[in-house]
Design a protein. Structure first.
Lengths: 249, 203
């Protein structure tokens, strides 16, 4: 209809929409999903891996989870190459802050700073927006544990539980039903795995199709821990979201 | 001959500065306030080139305010000290500021703190600090009499001892001083120590 406005990334359509931003969100809707849940003693991030092959060197690469700074990590959904650029930008911004103030950058400020970068690509330069949505999980001394979701428009908000990527609406409504404010970190892991298992397309959940990471405090320091495939398999069995290794029967 | 010094007490910090504005052999005024309120809970006493002093301290003050407006939370004393040092360091090899700073603040979690920042961007977190010729006397007095966790009265007694030393032993000693204090209730002017008042105007 208003197709002639599509090719110009940084102008409004007559209906007041930014088509390129919307198309970016479309692209993310086809990507592997990610879920984040805020608990009182940590933040849990779970991601669905789309690239699963025995040939993939899983020990040296992550597809969904990235550490931005010692106290902030993120899960991505969308175009991986776009995500890499933004993750690097976020890392530089975090270090620049620490260089100036000798303190870790407050989580919301980091998210806001990255979103300001994303917004720039919707307003000037003639470049397309980034096809990535993020779930940021972090801790700072001002507001404790926090979870933020951001999208290609540069919009962001703080969430108790959020989902991005494929089937994110279904996941979001499931989270809304089952989330409770005083959820513990272990319960959050269970909820995240349960919701992901229901919204993923695969018939069976195995640890090579998922990535799980947690941000929590240990001896007063913020820890970002990615779950090993073995531990992940154990968790999947424990919470009953996968078939255990078939016993001889 | 500008004197700025400060010390940390029990749940407060105090900064003292002389108040003469001098140009060559002329004293412009003897009630110049050289201790700026960076925000509700921070004091920045500065000595050095008068133009740089005003420009740089105001620059830091406005940046501290901007941070607060942007982010809804104030900078900690440590963060503002490091920011100040960073600005001095960046300007140092191009267009240096000739300002020495004693920065005092009170933070909810960590209590009072004092920072020594000199014009070539040295930063030290300290219990007592001093700049200028007066530092020879005030530092010596503080080394002799300072204890940790002094009360306000005890600290002001020590401040007065330092001022007496400066007045009696420094050849061109500044006559007047301003004392400012910062604690959990905020940063404020505590007192003036004047030995020369402006001549009363003719009726």
């Amino acid at each position: 209809m208003s197709r002639r406005y599509d090719s110009r990334t940084t102008i409004f359509s007559p209906e007041g929409r930014l088509y390129q931003v919307e198309y970016a969100m479309e692209a993310i809707g086809n990507a592997g999903s990610a879920i984040g849940i805020l608990s009182k003693d940590g933040v849990v991030l779970v991601g669905e891996k789309k690239v699963t092959s025995k040939l993939l060197q899983t020990s040296t690469s992550t597809e969904k989870m990235y550490k931005i700074d010692d106290h902030v990590a993120c899960a991505v959904a969308g175009i991986m190459s776009d995500a890499n650029i933004l993750i690097n930008t976020a890392r530089v911004q975090a270090q620049r802050y620490t260089f100036a103030y000798q303190e870790p950058m407050p989580v919301e400020q980091l998210v806001q700073s990255l979103c300001d970068t994303k917004q720039g690509y919707t307003q000037f330069g003639g470049l397309r927006p980034f096809g990535v949505s993020f779930l940021f999980a972090g801790w700072d001394k001002n507001f404790g544990f926090q979870l933020y979701m951001s999208d290609p428009s540069g919009n962001y908000a703080g969430w108790k539980a959020a989902a991005v990527g494929a089937n994110n609406q279904a996941a979001q409504s499931m989270l809304k039903q089952d989330y409770k404010d005083d959820i513990s970190r272990e319960e959050a892991v269970q909820l995240a795995l349960k919701v992901l298992s229901k919204t993923m397309d695969s018939t069976s959940l195995t640890s090579d199709k998922l990535e799980l990471a947690e941000v929590f405090l240990s001896s007063g320091k913020v820890k970002y821990q990615v779950c090993s495939p073995e531990d992940l398999t154990k968790l999947l069995v424990k919470f009953g979201v996968t078939q255990p290794v078939a016993d001889a029967s | 001959m500008e004197c700025v010094f400060g010390m940390v007490g029990k749940e407060f910090a105090v900064v003292v500065a002389d108040s003469s504005a001098v140009h060559s052999i002329l004293v412009h005024k003897s009630n110049e306030d050289k201790i700026m309120l960076l925000d509700s809970h921070k004091l920045m006493g500065a000595s050095g080139e008068p133009g740089d002093r005003a420009q740089f301290t105001e620059y830091v003050q406005k940046n501290v305010a901007l941070y607060h407006f942007r982010n809804g939370i104030p900078l900690t004393t440590a963060a503002s000290a490091n920011f100040t040092r960073g600005e001095l360091a960046t300007a140092l090899r191009k267009n240096p500021y000739s300002v020495n700073i004693v920065l005092a603040g009170y933070d909810k979690g960590s209590g009072p703190s004092l920072y020594f920042i000199d014009y070539i961007a040295t930063l030290h977190k300290v219990d007592k600090a001093a700049f200028g010729y007066g530092s020879y006397f005030s530092l010596a007095m503080m080394d002799r009499h300072y204890r940790k966790d002094m009360s306000v009265e005890e600290a002001i007694e020590l401040v007065d001892k330092c001022i007496i030393e400066i007045r009696s032993r420094l050849v061109v000693a500044p006559p007047n001083f301003v004392i400012k204090i910062v604690d959990k209730d905020g940063a404020r002017e505590y007192a003036w120590r004047e030995s020369v008042k402006d001549a009363p105007s003719v009726a």
